[in-house]
Write a protein that binds this ligand. Structure first.
Ligand code: ATP
Length: 921
């Protein structure tokens, strides 16, 4: 209401007119009473009169009666209460809008206090969440960092139920929004990523933003859970939904009538849940087999409650973000959208370095060392690993005179050894004040710390063997760990479900550290037979592997529950194997020699070498081979990648050579195998020893520019060998930017026999487009280039036009979905007139219009040899297409030009019926 209207409105009449609506809708009566009393419009007796009334509607009637008796001002104040405390009177907000209520200047001066249990609970949740989320968990228990000082964006890719990319998220708000929703009926926002890629931190950031009201959502309640807790709840007695929500988050205050819980049941869309680490649930889960609906009031098994929430059988409409490690599949029907976390991009990593190191000198030092090792950069694209590397760098740099991060071959084992060194260095005597910095001696640090290290390692192995991430005080004591050892930093207390002062349960600061220590235990063990180091290898190859193929979810859901094993445990075992290889590598032999008997160490190393040398061969022999154009083709499973990672970790050239020899196939498909940039070093490590040429299909992975760099030596090595029909690099959908395109361009130039480059659905702009086009121009072997779904635009198209002019080998080219307009189209058409080898040209989903048509018509007339021209989904009209139709009369080689999805009506399409080579469907 405007100021002029203010005087005219009678609030008293308004309340009379809408009395019925108010009586049926108004809840949270106590808050209205508290404010009317506080403001002096009501006296204590009025309040008592209302409270003596039996039913809620009668209480509202009484309030309205009394308020109206007190006059206009009291009536307006009553409305002002409803207006100010939106959450409590959410049902009345549309009505306030409808009557166009705006508080007058005078009434705004008056105070309204929120005593409504619902909004107070929301505030309480925000307050507690803010406190719980403002620091990034402390690894050393000694220093904590504020989340906002270190949080850095990561690459978040949306994919559909067939694991095809739907683009990237630009902000966390978009995570909850409608972008990338492939199943509106599903309720779960499924966030997937590798170990340490930042799934938990992403949720923490989401929670922190919500607590500060900076997240774009209308959720009033936010409940956070770690999935692993549900396995523990299980052992406890059964619980109701109310217990689950309140006991493990916080209870509402002053809510005698259970208004908060009732509100949650009535408005589930106001609730946001995060469930972290679905992979950490130890039981076999199958959403189909959840017993029928659990009542919100009844007690049930905690896991059953979780599954009912996730499947929407409980609190249907609530928003749920669930994180899990890559490889865990869930039925698509319950998933709303899928987001894959891809870690830091090179730019993110730069930002992270800036945030991590305040001192310019450190920043520069680290950047220089990283630049010198693309493999280390690749590893650092995983935030956990960069955190460890940078944290260790800082620590060791302050302690020692000289400290360098990167040698060329830094491995994951080196990274975790670095972390252990930092922890164990806390045992070292403080340096004398005269000698400010000490000299670094790694073996001495480990020798001094051997007792606690071995004890932590034993604890980690025992946990892994029983499939548990948690350990009790008793288990700590059994392994010989003391209170002082806890301060080293390997473990942290678990507070989530134990409210008592002294935590009774602990966990390793990260589960990957548990795997590392478990591997240490296997190496240090002098009691059991040496061959027991191989027990987890046997376990991993025995277990059924999760496919990472499109539609894997369908495969997953058809499995019997008994066949499913928690993947995460398998992954933890794979990590343990990997670290075992690192610890038994030649590089670590000197260090390990100080920690166990050299004879035993030698025996263990020999056993491992013998096992690994044949493992790839055995793995490949167990897979079906297909005979294709390229020779024997095999689609490997993720375990193949793990074996390569292990071999790289050993650093043994002998094993790599034997492995390369054992690859009998001519073409390996590594598509959908979750290859990340760091893996490319491992792939290169083995493949560079191959004598024969090998086709490598790496579509749909996450190798990024760092990965391309790592693969470079292998590519050139491969091409130095014999002639093949199709040696190609298939790098579709791999997060490759212009920097990576430049490297691929270099490879094209350096590999005189390269035949295929498929680099579609990456992030290549005109800059990268130009690099590639220039390289393709010079190549005389390349015949198939796929650039679909980048954004090279008209500038890129112009460069490709130059490459096409008189090209001698390129027969198939796709520049589809690249933002090419008529401008770029004209250049391409003109240049192609001087090309006699191109047969198939895809220019689908671009923006060419009729003004380009005459140029294309001239090309058609020139009858160059082009057989297929795909112009689907451009912007040609019937007038433009007429040019093509006319030109076709003098063309003998074109078999079809497809115009499906251009701007023609059905009627107009009929005009071209006589020219059979023009397709519209
Ligand atoms: N976006 C980020 N910004 C800054 N640091 C991050 C980020 N993401 C992760 N980290 C660092 O990496 C560590 C590990 O991340 P986090 O625990 O979230 O990984 P995760 O994906 O949940 O791993 P896992 O699957 O093994 O549980 C964090 O403690 C933090 O130090």
């Amino acid at each position: 209401m405007g100021q002029a209207e203010e005087v005219m409105v009678s609030y008293l009449n308004l309340l009379t007119c809408h009395r019925e609506l108010l009586v049926s809708t108004l809840r949270s009566i106590q808050c209205v009473l508290d404010n009317l009393l506080g403001s002096g419009f009501f006296c204590q007796e009025d309040v008592e009169i209302v409270q003596r009334t039996a039913t809620k509607p009668d209480q509202v009637r009484k309030i309205l009666e009394l308020v109206q008796c007190k006059g206009e001002e009291a009536c307006e104040y009553f409305l002002f209460i409803l207006y100010e405390i939106r959450d409590a009177y959410i049902d009345l907000q549309p009505w306030l809008l409808e009557i166009n209520y705006k508080p007058s200047r005078e009434i705004r001066e008056m105070k309204v206090v929120n005593t409504d249990p619902i909004s107070r609970y929301s505030e309480k949740l925000r307050h507690e969440m803010s406190r719980d989320t403002c620091f990034i968990m402390s690894y050393g228990q000694q220093d904590e960092t504020r989340l906002e000082e270190l949080y850095t964006d990561t690459v978040m890719e949306m994919i559909n139920d067939c694991n095809e990319s739907l683009g990237f998220l630009e902000s966390l708000d978009q995570l909850l929004g409608d972008d990338g929703v492939f199943n509106p009926q599903g309720e779960i926002i499924y966030v997937v990523g590798d170990a340490g890629v930042g799934k938990s931190i992403l949720l923490q950031k989401l929670q922190n933003l919500w607590s500060k009201k900076e997240l774009q959502t209308d959720a009033s309640f936010f409940f956070k859970f770690r999935c692993r807790m549900f396995s523990i709840f299980r052992e406890a007695e059964q619980m109701s939904l109310r217990d689950l929500l309140f006991k493990y988050n916080c209870y509402p205050d002053h809510d005698p009538e259970n208004e908060v819980f009732d509100y949650i049941l009535r408005f589930p869309e106001k609730v946001l849940f995060t469930f972290d680490g679905y992979d950490e649930i130890q039981e076999d889960l199958d959403l189909i087999n959840v017993p029928e609906v659990v009542s919100p009031e009844d007690k049930a098994d905690a896991l059953q409650l979780l599954l009912s929430l996730l499947s929407g059988k409980l609190l249907k409409g609530s928003k749920k973000v669930l994180t899990t490690r890559t490889g865990i599949e869930m039925q698509s029907r319950v998933i709303r959208k899928k987001v894959v976390l891809r870690g830091f991009s090179p730019d993110h990593l730069k930002t992270y370095i800036k945030l991590h190191f305040r001192e310019q000198e450190h920043r520069e030092l680290v950047s220089v060392q990283l630049d010198a090792s693309p493999h280390l950069c690749g590893l650092c694209s995983t935030p956990l690993f960069s955190w460890i590397v940078f944290k260790s760098f800082r620590h060791l740099h302050t302690m020692h005179d000289v400290f360098h991060l990167s040698e060329n071959s830094i491995t994951l084992t080196d990274i975790f050894l670095l972390l252990s060194e930092v922890f164990l260095s806390r045992l070292a005597a403080a340096p004398s004040p005269l000698l400010k910095k000490s000299t670094r001696c790694i073996s001495e640090t480990f020798r001094v710390g051997l007792r606690p290290l071995a004890a932590f390692a034993k604890l980690a192995l025992q946990g892994l063997e029983r499939g548990s991430f948690l350990c009790s005080r008793e288990q700590l004591a059994e392994c010989g760990l003391t209170e002082d050892d806890m301060a080293l930093g390997f473990l942290r207390p678990v507070h989530d479900f134990d409210a008592s002062e002294a935590p009774a349960t602990f966990e390793f600061i990260h589960i990957t550290l548990q795997s590392f220590l478990a591997a240490f235990a296997l190496v240090l063990d002098e009691q059991t037979s040496a061959s027991s180091i191989l027990k987890f290898f046997a376990e991993c190859s025995r277990r059924r592997e999760t496919f990472c193929l499109p539609l894997a979810s369908c495969i997953g859901s058809s499995m019997k529950p008994s066949e499913k094993k928690p993947f995460s445990t398998n992954e933890q075992l794979q990590f343990t194997n990997l670290f075992l290889c690192g610890l038994l590598s030649k590089t670590q032999a000197a260090l390990m020699g100080t920690l166990l008997s050299p004879v035993l160490l030698k025996r263990k190393r020999a056993l491992l070498k013998a096992y690994l040398s044949t493992s790839v061969k055995v793995h490949l022999e167990g897979l079906p081979h297909y005979n294709g154009e390229e020779g024997q083709k095999v689609h490997v499973l993720p375990n193949f990648l793990w074996i390569l990672r292990c071999i790289f970790e050993t650093g043994s050239k002998d094993i790599a050579k034997m492995t390369a020899k054992g690859i009998t196939a001519n073409f390996i498909k590594l598509g959908y195998c979750n290859v990340f940039s760091g893996d490319c070093t491992a792939i290169n490590f083995v493949l560079q020893h191959r004598q024969k040429l090998l086709g490598l299909d790496m579509d749909n992975n996450n190798i990024s520019d760092y990965g391309v760099k790592q693969l470079q030596p292998s590519f050139s090595k491969m091409t130095a060998v014999k002639r093949v029909s199709a040696s190609g690099h298939l790098l579709y959908n791999n997060n490759i930017t212009d920097a990576g395109a430049k490297l691929v361009a270099q490879m094209i130039e350096e590999c005189p026999q390269l035949a295929i480059v498929k680099i579609g659905k990456n992030k290549i702009t005109s800059v990268g487009g130009r690099y590639l086009a220039n390289a393709i121009k010079k190549s005389t072997s390349i015949f198939d280039v796929g650039m679909w779904g980048n954004s090279i635009g008209d500038e890129g198209a112009e460069a490709f036009a130059e490459a096409l002019r008189n090209h001698r080998s390129l027969t198939n080219l796709s520049l589809s979905a690249n933002g090419i307009t008529s401008e770029g189209g004209k250049h391409l058409a003109e240049a192609l007139k001087e090309n006699s080898v191109l047969r198939i040209f895809w220019l689908v989903q671009n923006e060419m219009m009729d003004d380009a048509a005459p140029h294309w018509a001239q090309l058609v007339q020139a009858d160059t040899g082009l057989t297929h021209l795909w112009l689907i989904n451009n912007r040609f009209t019937a007038a433009g297409i007429q040019h093509f139709a006319d030109a076709l009369a003098s063309n003998t080689k074109l078999k079809e030009i497809c115009f499906k999805g251009n701007l023609l009506t059905e009627e107009e399409q009929k005009l071209f019926e006589s020219e059979k080579r023009l397709l519209f469907h």
